[in-house]
Design a protein around this ligand. Structure first.
Ligand code: BES
Ligand code: ZN
Length: 849
């Protein structure tokens, strides 16, 4: 493992690598404990560089020997890599190294998972395979030879030869080392085929363990839909003869876009009606699309350095969101994305880990694959598209692909194509990439003589290292309704560029009701004081689906806040609004399911904190529960019928429509279980033939303190399926009562199937613990201690997953002094652990501030 040097890397220090590489030849003689990797690399001086030492990254690789132009050399090897005297002209470097994939528990570089060899090189894992300039701006053609007795041997590009126990692959497209991949295993393929728009025949495969072959059909269809969509919408064609996807059980992340050889966490490929939920299906479709879309946004055009990560990730998330919106319901997808953004990114932006979409420094880059870089990065692109319009967006993207194909680009390059296509000055817009923190936009208004004046003010709070913020360009989509519910101003995008700005609308016959931030047109917090009655009016009448849902959401938020702060009973305006929405058969069931759901406890905590209160997790939990009971009581005449209507006749189908029907039924079941003692949920659990309905029934039972028999039956049925068992572990912790969460999680860590070295299993328990807000923050701090113990333990083997999971603590300053002291003690204890990884050390250091 690498040493925990806390060296900070700065964007401003960027310098090109002094050499260029045309071709890299790699030979792997695979062996669990002693894999030999030989490399032959043709270097030539980089004319764009003003020179520098010859340094190759290397991390935990044993150098066997090195040669330059065939003559042995003796490089100076350090913990970070090697330096060597080299000629100041083109030369050929050869090296042989030894690595031990079976001992690689960090799951970065070349490692083993269930007897299969696989790699994960982004961001800086290639240096754990051999000595190399492991930086994204060094792009080269890779030629790979694999020698191994396992039957399936894969790498990037096209196959160029194979024989007994060997295979060769050549990738014609220059790429950075982070996109290198290799897989060797006893795998079976679910095949497919695609003919591209110019007639190229592409062989497709999803490679899995033979037992999983029956769970690949949906993933293959999703891949084909993604390929078709990227041609139709972005004009992007695939560029190799073969596209392989491999499913791996032990994987730190979700999936990885290695050129021509995407590697996936098996949880994000494998699906069957009996084992995967509707949400799993939707996520699989989205992730397969995301990794495929990287072929152009990430691979053909990559990042100059890791500070530009949002160039590929923000754009690719934006593209996968568009894709899902096209495949399913655009309105529902937009709402889902706003919910996720608020839960994850607003939380990050409001705490000690806040950073700009393009950070200016980092210690460990793996810690910056964040909601801010990804989700806010995608929102920034959405705002740009809204500001310039769809046509200009399409022209800018075409120019981007033409101008930067084959390059390692920057955010400046990205913005320049928009400036060049539109003539717009994007200087102020660029602040979205440099300023951290969530802008707050507050609204006030006035009406006189047929003219309505809307005044918007923006402020962005200080974030670590950024005490003062400048105004940003905020597209605020608004519409106006008149009191009988008709729209008098269709959606119009206001450009808020100053700290305060007024906008006038004239020729009105009466004071309008404003609908603001339609379609969630900017990633901001809107302070728009409206009474409950007005919110209920918008919930009933707004024509913009996001704003309609948002009216219900803010109404729920205000209702729950009044319950917590003043003990007020739930406002009938809210309960009646839910009734109306639930009965509106013209509305998409998936949309109605979203209206029926309460804000998450995290969202309520953020809202209370933002209004200057100290959130009490237990009070929040109890009020949410009381509100659910009140809703269930108010809708008691309707809910059983809605539950019954979810049983779509015929075999299970994962379509958005069928899934929406089930989502509505399960939202109703979730509420109804509060009143019927779990009878309907028990019945559903007993008869359900798909995981969506089984799991929702089990969750409803656990949430009311029942379901022990069902939990045991579930275990008995699924103990042989790793992915389903992850659900079994997670669900119990997620729905444990506040005082039981820590003991439930601790007991599960003693379960024989708790394989803590498997990231999915570790996350099943500890991700769920962090997500159970009242349980995680239960007074006394047992959950804090448990998580800290396990983070320390996992860090010694897998720093990346330990560091990611540590973000559970990032909201600690919101809470009361007692909880703060408990969490600070745990963070301090982690920080003081000898041999702590750079990954986890950076995270706890930033959280402690
Ligand atoms: N490039 C990433 C994978 C990655 C993440 C590599 C972090 C190294 C460190 C990939 O394209 C990605 O973004 N995967 C996401 C899922 C995606 C749908 C947002 C992931 O793994 O969570
Ligand atoms: Zn990505």
């Amino acid at each position: 493992m690498d040493d925990a040097t806390q060296q900070t890397i700065y964007l401003k220090d960027y310098k090109p690598f002094p050499w260029l590489i045309d071709d890299v030849h790699l030979t792997f003689r695979l062996d669990g404990t002693a894999t030999r990797v030989s490399s032959r690399i043709a270097f030539r001086p980089n004319p764009a560089s003003d020179g520098g030492a010859f340094f190759l990254h290397g991390d935990g690789v044993t150098l066997i020997g090195a040669r330059i132009d065939g003559r042995p050399v003796t490089p100076v090897v350090t913990a970070a890599g090697l330096t060597c005297a080299v000629p100041d002209r083109a030369f050929t470097w050869e090296a042989e190294v030894e690595i031990a994939p079976a001992a690689n528990t960090a799951l970065s570089g070349l490692y083993m998972s269930n007897g299969m060899y696989c790699t994960q090189c982004e961001a800086e894992g290639f240096r754990r395979i051999t000595f190399y300039p492991d930086r994204p701006d060094v792009m080269a053609r890779f030629h790979v030879r694999i020698e191994c007795a396992l039957p399936v041997l894969l790498s990037n590009g096209n196959p160029t030869g194979s024989g007994p126990d060997w295979a060769e692959w050549t990738d014609p497209w220059p790429k950075p080392a982070y996109l290198f991949a290799l897989v060797a295993g006893d795998l079976a393929a679910h095949p497919g085929a695609f003919t591209t728009m110019s007639g190229r025949q592409v062989a497709l495969n999803i490679w899995v363990r033979p037992a999983d072959l029956a769970k690949c059909a949906f993933g293959m269809q999703a891949l084909i839909r993604a390929m078709e969509w990227d041609e139709r919408v972005y004009g992007r064609e695939y560029d190799l003869d073969i596209f392989n996807i491999v499913a791996v059980d032990d994987f730190n992340m979700g999936a990885m876009e290695n050129k021509g050889l995407n590697i996936f966490n098996s949880a994000l490929v494998l699906a069957s009606p009996q084992t995967a939920t509707d949400l799993n299906y939707e996520r699989i479709e989205g992730v397969i699309a995301h990794e495929y879309f990287h072929n152009w946004t990430g691979n053909r055009i990559t990042c100059r350095d890791w500070f530009q990560l949002c160039l590929k990730e923000g754009l690719t998330v934006f593209r996968d969101q568009q894709f899902t919106g096209d495949m399913r319901s655009r309105a529902v997808k937009r709402i889902d994305d706003a919910i996720t953004l608020r839960a994850r990114q607003f939380r990050e932006d409001g705490g000690p880990l806040a950073h700009p979409v393009r950070p200016e420094s980092f210690v460990e880059i793996n810690n910056f694959y964040t909601a801010t870089v990804y989700e806010k990065g995608a929102e920034v692109i959405g705002m740009l598209k809204r500001l310039v319009g769809d046509d200009a967006y399409a022209r800018a993207l075409t120019l981007y692909f033409d101008r930067h194909d084959g390059q390692a680009a920057t955010i400046e390059d990205w913005l320049a194509v928009f400036a060049d296509v539109t003539g717009r000055d994007l200087t102020q817009f660029a602040r979205w990439y440099g300023q951290a923190g969530t802008p707050r936009v507050s609204v006030s208004d006035a009406y006189a003589d047929g003219t309505y004046t809307l005044t918007l003010r923006q402020t962005t709070p200080p974030t670590p290292g950024q005490p003062d913020k400048q105004p940003q360009v905020i597209p605020v989509a608004v519409g106006l309704l008149n009191p009988n519910g008709d729209q008098v101003l269709p959606t119009t995008v206001l450009e808020l560029t100053q700290a305060e700005q007024s906008f006038q609308f004239s020729g009105l016959s009466s004071r309008p009701i404003p609908s603001i931030l339609r379609d969630f047109s900017a990633p901001v917090i809107l302070d728009h004081p409206l009474g409950n009655a007005t919110r209920a009016f918008l919930l009933a009448h707004d024509t913009d689906p996001f704003a309609k849902w948002e009216a219900g959401r803010t109404l729920a938020r205000d209702v729950v806040a009044a319950m917590i702060l003043h003990g007020t009973a739930p406002d009938p305006a809210y309960l009646d609004g839910l009734r109306t929405a639930l009965r509106a058969d013209s509305l998409d069931p998936a949309f109605r399911a979203l209206v029926l759901a309460l804000p998450s406890e995290e969202e309520t905590a953020q809202a209370l904190h933002g209004a200057g209160h100290i959130p009490d997790p237990l009070a929040i939990n109890q009020s949410h529960e009381a509100l659910r009971r009140a809703i269930a009581g108010h809708l008691a005449d309707l809910l059983p019928g809605v539950v019954a209507a979810m049983a779509v006749p015929g075999p299970y189908s994962p379509t958005a429509q069928a899934a929406g029907q089930r989502a509505l039924g399960n939202a109703a079941l979730w509420l109804w279980s509060r009143l019927d003692g779990g009878l309907a949920a028990q019945a559903q659990f007993a008869v359900a033939d798909n995981m969506t309905m089984k799991l929702a029934a089990l969750a409803s039972l656990l949430a009311i303190g029942a379901g022990r028999a069902e939990l045991a039956a579930f275990h008995a049925a699924w103990s042989g399926d790793r992915l389903v068992m992850d659900k079994w572990f997670g669900l119990q912790v997620a729905h444990a009562a506040p005082a039981q969460a820590a003991t439930t999680a601790a007991a599960l860590t003693a379960h024989p199937a708790f394989d803590w070295k498997n990231p999915n299993r570790f996350r099943a328990v500890f991700g769920a613990l962090a997500g159970n807000m009242a349980g995680f923050h239960d007074a006394g701090g047992a959950s804090y201690r448990l998580l800290a113990d396990w983070l320390i333990r996992l860090d010694a083997l897998n720093p990346q997953t330990a560091a990611r999971t540590s973000t559970a603590f990032d909201s600690w300053r919101r809470f009361d002094t007692g909880r703060q002291a408990l969490i600070r003690a745990e963070l301090t204890r982690i920080a003081a652990t000898p041999g702590l990884s750079r990954d986890l050390a950076e995270m706890v250091g930033r959280m402690l501030g």
